[in-house]
Design a protein around this ligand. Structure first.
Ligand code: X6L
Ligand code: MG
Ligand code: MG
Length: 271
């Protein structure tokens, strides 16, 4: 991917662990690489299709001076998130924060941290079969949309489905949603669990009725198999109530284990 970079932008600011760092301030050097597709700007010779590095440098300077973090890790992460949110065409940000005057009493040139953060593409399945099901699904979309580290890209229709697995319960309303997020898969899972809880979900019986269920189906092309987190969702290819809404918004999304598209998985399930 294309990127613009800013190297060693000098900013005097007050981040640090020690009192004198906070009180007196010190020099920081900030470098960023912002990854995006520069071809449209290159073709049209139009700055509005690109990233204005003068504005980025001014934003970094302003942010560095108006915030106080103990760790350069925190400085780098918050700056990365800020740039990824404020410049929507940027897909990925590499941020380096250097402290050339780190007060550790030894003759070093510099200490620094470098991090990379990016927008991850994720597909979620939503379900509800208690109370005002439509409200629960809309609440889920509100909660997702309000979070800074999440942007909703596409939402399917809500469809009514017969209960699968444990069949002696009320019908479901199901949907699929495509989001982009700065969260890791584990962070997203934790966020989802809190959202379910805030919508009054209580886990009594396994597979029992629920106000709101949010499942991670696909996270980029990530494959993980841990006790509390399995991606892709291990049973998604067997579930019509998952594949039908997902096929509406992402027929060409690929299952990284089965190596087949959502539309093909749905066709195979129909047979
Ligand atoms: C054997 C034993 C075969 C259990 C399948 C399948 C269990 C699916 C649980 C299974 C088995 C599930 C929804 C639902 C549930 C939903 C619809 C589950 C978890 N959630 N039915 N059933 N929509 N239509 O969101 O999916 S319970
Ligand atoms: Mg589920
Ligand atoms: Mg679930």
């Amino acid at each position: 991917m294309d990127f613009i970079s800013i190297d060693n932008l000098e900013v005097f600011a007050n981040h640090g662990m020690f009192e004198e760092e906070v009180n007196l301030g010190q020099k920081f050097l900030v470098s960023v690489k912002l990854f995006f597709d520069a071809s449209a700007a290159g073709k049209k010779d139009d700055l509005t299709l690109s990233v204005n590095y003068a504005k980025v440098a001014a934003d970094i300077t302003e942010w560095m001076k108006t915030n106080r973090c103990r760790l350069i890790e925190t400085v780098a992460q918050r700056l990365a998130h800020r740039l990824l949110c404020d410049y929507p065409i940027v897909r990925e940000a590499e941020v380096t924060v250097k402290k050339p005057w780190a007060p550790i009493g030894l003759p070093l040139e510099c200490v620094s941290i470098t991090i990379t953060r990016k927008w991850h593409t994720v597909y979620l399945s939503l379900g509800s079969n208690m109370g005002d099901r439509e409200k629960y699904l809309n609440d889920a979309l509100d909660i997702l949309g309000k979070e800074n580290e999440i942007r909703i890209i596409k939402t399917s229709q809500f469809i009514e489905t017969a209960p699968y697995g444990k069949t002696d319960q009320d019908d479901f309303l199901n949907a699929a949603v495509k989001i982009e997020t700065l969260m890791s898969a584990a962070e997203l899972l934790e966020f989802i669990h809190k959202a379910e809880e805030s919508e009054g979900r209580v886990r009594k019986e396994h597979w029992g009725p629920r106000t709101l269920d949010i499942d991670i189906l696909l996270y980029d092309d990530l494959v993980i198999d841990e006790d509390d987190l399995v991606i892709p969702h291990p049973d998604m290819h067997n579930r019509d109530f998952v594949l039908r809404p997902l096929n509406e918004i992402a027929p060409n999304a690929m299952h990284p284990v089965l190596g087949r598209s959502v539309s093909l998985l749905l066709k195979e399930l129909d047979r």
